[in-house]
Design a protein around this ligand. Structure first.
Ligand SMILES: C[S@@+](CC[C@H](N)C(=O)[O-])C[C@H]1O[C@@H](n2cnc3c(N)ncnc32)[C@H](O)[C@@H]1O
Length: 236
């Protein structure tokens, strides 16, 4: 994703620091110290401007979500959305004035960094689910190792998820999709659900749309979707 450098992005990111994991190494093996609870943790890699992560956190009130994005000027939007959403709910809660209301949901954090380092940041078995949406296809020969569904990444993800966790993958890129299915299969994943035209499914209620998905489907492009299960054993 190419974009012009945003003005004041450091200040804008700093203003959302409550929703930012600044130094993940501090929390290695201790996600409780991020979220204040032991709820399962879901991971989105390459979250872009954050719509999917926000929806995932909203639908999974009793799970935590970490959204990783390597471009600070893009992650900034995800952070600002997380903050605005929390503040909107806090204002509504204050207006409601219900002393018996449960604590306000606060289950989304953004991490600015490159997925290459996930296994340095997170201990084995940290995550219960993983999401990759519209990752860069790296179509040129010689660059396939950079695809987020390449064998090297799948092996790393396997280390940081719990055994039997689910990975969901969406893309608009047919070649990347079929290549990725081959990689999932070769790495021993169970292929649970595949669609080469997600938006034609009769029941889409499970789907959380991403920014890119909205754009591509508005252009009439099919959206490819796979839900796969990590091989049992979790860690390699
Ligand atoms: C095409 S965009 C899709 C954004 C969003 N997931 C969506 O569907 O709208 C891919 C995003 O993944 C991020 N990304 C690509 N490789 C990454 C990596 N190795 N680590 C972290 N983020 C990465 C890019 O910076 C970009 O924002």
């Amino acid at each position: 994703m190419r974009m012009r450098k945003k003005k004041h992005s450091a200040e804008r990111i700093a203003a959302c620091s409550d929703f930012l994991i600044g130094d993940p190494a501090i929390f290695y093996g201790r996600p409780r110290d991020i979220f204040g609870n032991d709820d399962p943790v879901l991971l989105e890699i390459g979250c872009g401007k954050g719509d999917f992560a926000l929806g995932l956190a909203e639908r999974n009130e009793h799970k935590n979500v970490i959204a990783v994005e390597r471009i600070p000027d893009v992650a900034m939007f995800a952070l600002e959305k997380a903050k605005a959403d929390f503040e909107r709910r806090r204002t509504a809660r204050e207006a409601d004035d219900n002393a018996d209301a449960p604590p306000l949901r606060d289950n989304l954090r953004v991490l600015i960094g490159n997925a290459d380092y996930l296994a340095d940041w997170f201990a084995p078995g940290t995550f219960s689910g993983l999401y990759i949406n519209f990752c860069d296809p790296w179509p040129k020969k010689g660059y396939y190792k950079r695809r987020l569904t390449a064998p090297g990444f799948l092996g790393m993800y396997r280390k940081i998820v719990k055994p039997g966790s689910i990975l969901e993958f969406k893309t608009d890129h047919g070649d990347l999709f079929s290549w990725s299915l081959e990689q999932f299969d070769a790495a021993g994943f169970d292929i649970l659900k595949v669609s080469e035209d997600l938006h034609s499914l009769p029941d889409l209620s499970f789907n959380i749309e991403t920014e890119h998905e909205r754009k591509f489907s508005a252009e009439g492009k099919p959206i490819y979707f796979a839900r796969v299960r990590f091989p049992s054993g979790g860690e390699e």
